[in-house]
Ligand binder design. Structure first.
Ligand SMILES: C[S@@+](CC[C@H](N)C(=O)[O-])C[C@H]1O[C@@H](n2cnc3c(N)ncnc32)[C@H](O)[C@@H]1O
Length: 241
């Protein structure tokens, strides 16, 4: 008789504080046979594993999947496929496995690519994705700043190419979240300034982690870059909304 395949659980571990991981994710982590997490090729460190650590029983196998930090698309695609195959191999043995992601698995996450590859290579495998609290939800909470109110809208955008995505928008949203704001923050600031009306531009680094920092005015980053785990929440003043 053919062995039943295990289930893959995509788990969002939240922004950093282990208490911000959902009850459902904690329960699944206490039950799975294997936990996978992404790491860089330079070391085996995973912030997601650290966050989820208190919820992973001692005997559970934790496997790091090393992803190259490269702009080479072919190399990246190969890594997604290879890692998807590694996960599938465990699931085909009948083991249940979790793949950890920081924040939410469906928001700017490697999990999305792993998911697509597994669905393509082994469409019979059951997959359950458990949402997590995103970093920007946690950041809004930590600065006590509502993200959207009334009829307002919110743009969530990557800051990898600086402020370009905001510049491209003819109608500027009342609220903007810039993720991956660490590298081109000077240009993000310039785009927010050009758009005019963004009177509150707050940076949050390492949100809900022990070294959390709040920067009430992101212009302080015009001369230096913040750390990698930094995002910006920018709001137009009510007069401009
Ligand atoms: C690849 S994205 C991951 C997003 C994540 N899946 C989420 O739901 O928040 C990485 C970016 O998320 C933001 N980020 C993630 N965790 C953060 C935290 N604890 N504090 C501040 N920013 C964070 C930063 O902008 C970082 O550059």
């Amino acid at each position: 008789m053919k062995q039943q395949t295990g289930t893959l659980y995509g788990i969002g571990v939240g922004p950093g504080d282990p208490e911000l991981l959902t009850v459902k994710s904690a329960r699944i982590l206490s039950e799975v046979d294997v936990v996978f997490a992404a790491a860089s090729t330079k070391n085996d460190y995973s912030l997601a594993v650290n966050i989820a650590g208190p919820h992973i029983p001692k005997g559970t196998t934790v496997r790091m999947l090393q992803f190259p930090m490269t702009k080479d698309k072919e190399e990246t695609r190969t890594a997604w496929k290879t890692h998807a195959e590694t996960i599938i191999a465990e699931l085909e043995l009948g083991k249940n496995a979790a793949f950890l992601t920081l924040g939410d698995p469906m928001t700017y996450s490697t999990y999305g690519y792993i998911l697509k590859n597994i669905q393509e290579i082994a469409p019979h495998i059951p997959i359950t994705t458990v949402p997590g609290i995103t970093s920007y939800q946690a950041a809004a909470a930590c600065i006590n700043m509502p993200l959207v109110e009334g009829e307002e809208c919110l743009l969530v955008v990557s800051g990898v190419n600086g402020g370009d995505r905001l510049r491209q928008m003819t109608m500027k949203p009342e609220n903007v979240v810039f993720m991956k704001a660490y590298r081109n923050i000077k240009d993000i600031n310039a785009a927010l300034e050009d758009a005019s009306g963004f009177t509150r531009c707050v940076g949050v680094s390492n949100c809900s982690l022990p070294d959390q920092k709040i920067y009430p005015d992101t212009r302080e980053f015009n001369d230096r870059s913040p750390e990698y785990w930094t995002l910006i929440i920018a709001k137009q003043s009510k007069n401009h909304a």
